[in-house]
Design a protein around this ligand. Structure first.
Ligand code: COM
Length: 521
């Protein structure tokens, strides 16, 4: 369907995507300047965050770009199965948690377990997601002037040729950004049984029954985030993980005090977290009825459940392209690139999740931008070895820079400013430590959150910040920048806090900034 000359409104896009989704429209959706021929400066294979931002940047730099995606919309898995539903579910988890703790107090009604339905939340998301899809397509065409072909498979013929529905397009450069899929760990049998889901199949085809309990295999961010949501709905959840939570390879700079607060609070909410174990088998005939696991002490047991969720990490969707192009990949199949996103084949770039961790939005988008800048002739390198990070339980957990242990190791003479102060337990101090925890300060101070900032005593520079609570993610984006610029405790003390600010870093830093030799607070 050639959409180039039509100017579809958001509503019309939504209707079109709905019809294509239900099979009424099976052809490709195209916005291509046919009068300019079939030659491009760059073709993006995969229109997720990386492909879309790379395409926008290419356009802005005067390159002729084409982006191709097998789905009906740009934006990739984010608005379809991954980040957006995850954020919706995490927000719901936070709300349900709040309602549960406050149940039948003040003006709060009694929390009704049977109204907290996982299936209802999935349906809500699926009903609404085409609006985000429509916006991606509308914005990419009407505001960003991108050329795209959607609802179509791209076949890479060679490094200068891509075929779509039998038509060939030539290009000076190819950028691969085809995303990942859940990694099914070998050695666990029965993962193909009914009742076993991952973040994608939870949505499509979708969970179609209300589970009575959940067992999560793996201890990834996905495991913690989705597990916290299931538990908040009242679906009792067990996490089976080899590594301790938040000590998996893909997470860096996790402070031990922060980790303890997070994991303790997941347990406080009733989650069963079994660390150091090896899941062996999903048991049951056709449907999962449990998971057999070897515990840290070597004994085996079956944990009964009607809902198994896989949270063991991801692997890239790159095989056909690797086969066609012969690009170098690592032992897990992730494409090897340099800081310019260049693969081992000149003119072929790779971006986003297919180049490995962190599998985060900022990285995918900036990878796309980096490839576009280099293709346009601007040498540009993207170093994502240090970045602010976050995850959701029923809290928002944010961290940036070094942990206390790392800072001590690297700098020796450091000071730590934290709330609650060392040696004082949360329940002893009735202060809101996070946005949205004022009520808890007066009712359940143990739930108010945790925060820590670390300074180098010699240079007085901020080395790291760590927060468990709500509403700090925005601040951490800026703190990341300020840490890289070398902000000191004195400059922190000069900042203007908007009282009553639950992220106390500014005011606490000011309390210590007058000291010549810094000490803990
Ligand atoms: C966001 C998708 S849901 S994208 O990064 O804007 O393409």
């Amino acid at each position: 369907m050639d959409l180039h000359d039509s100017n579809l409104s958001m509503a019309e896009w939504e209707i079109l995507i709905h019809s294509a989704e239900s099979g009424e429209v099976s052809e490709a959706l195209e916005n291509v300047y046919r009068d300019k021929g079939n030659s491009f400066d760059v073709i993006f294979v995969g229109g997720g965050a990386g492909g879309r931002f790379g395409s926008a940047y290419s356009q802005a730099r005067g390159l002729r770009q084409l982006v191709i995606d097998r789905w009906l919309f740009l934006g990739g898995s984010c608005p379809h199965q991954a980040c957006v539903p995850h954020h919706l579910f995490s927000e719901a988890a936070r709300e349900m948690d709040y309602m549960r703790w406050n149940s039948d107090t003040l003006w709060f009604p009694k929390f009704e377990e049977d109204r907290a339905s996982i299936v209802d939340m999935i349906e809500l998301f699926k009903k609404g997601r085409n609006n985000a899809h429509a916006f991606m397509n509308w914005q990419s065409k009407e505001q960003l002037d991108m050329e795209y072909i959607l609802n179509a498979e791209a076949t890479v013929i060679d490094k200068n040729t891509v075929e779509v529905n039998g038509e060939r397009f030539t290009t000076k450069n190819i950028v691969l950004g085809t995303g990942t899929r859940t990694y099914l760990p070998p050695g666990i049998s029965g993962l193909d049984k009914a009742g076993v889901y991952d973040f994608a199949t939870l949505i499509d085809p979708g969970l179609d029954y209300e589970p009575t309990s959940c067992v999560i295999i793996g201890g990834s961010k996905v495991a913690m985030e989705y597990g916290s949501f299931y538990q908040a709905t009242g679906c009792h959840t067990t996490i089976l993980t080899r590594s301790p939570l938040m000590r998996t390879h893909s997470l860096h700079h996790v402070d031990e005090d922060l980790r303890t607060y997070v994991v303790d609070n997941m347990r406080l909410r009733g989650m069963n977290i079994i660390e150091g174990c090896t899941p062996l088998e999903v048991v049951g005939d056709e449907r999962a009825t449990g998971v057999r696991v070897r515990l840290a002490d070597g004994t085996e047991r079956v944990i009964e459940t009607d809902f198994v969720f896989i949270g063991t990490g991801e692997r890239p969707n790159t095989k056909p392209f690797v086969d066609a192009l012969g690009i170098d990949v690592d032992e897990k199949g992730f494409v090897k690139v340099n800081a310019r996103m260049q693969t081992s084949i000149p003119g072929v770039y790779a971006i986003g999740d297919i180049i490995g961790s962190p599998m985060e939005m900022f990285k995918a988008r900036k990878c796309g931008m980096t490839a576009a800048r280099n293709i346009s002739g601007e040498p540009f390198e993207f170093d994502f070895s240090q970045y602010p990070d976050f995850l959701h339980t029923t809290y928002e957990v944010t961290w940036v820079g070094l942990t206390e242990d790392e800072a001590r190791e690297a700098y020796g003479d450091i000071s730590v400013i934290q709330m609650p102060p060392k040696g004082i337990r949360n329940e002893e101090i009735s202060l809101p430590l996070a946005e949205g925890s004022m009520l808890y300060a007066f009712t359940r101070p143990e739930l108010t959150g945790f925060q820590k900032a670390i300074y180098d005593n010699k240079s007085r520079r901020l080395l790291g910040a760590h927060h468990v609570g709500f509403g700090a993610k925005d601040a951490f984006q800026y703190l990341d920048h300020l840490i890289k610029k070398g902000i000191t405790i004195d400059e922190m003390g000069e900042m203007n806090e908007l009282f009553l600010n639950p992220e106390h870093f500014i005011q606490l830093s000011r309390l210590r900034a007058g000291q010549e030799h810094l000490i803990d607070l």
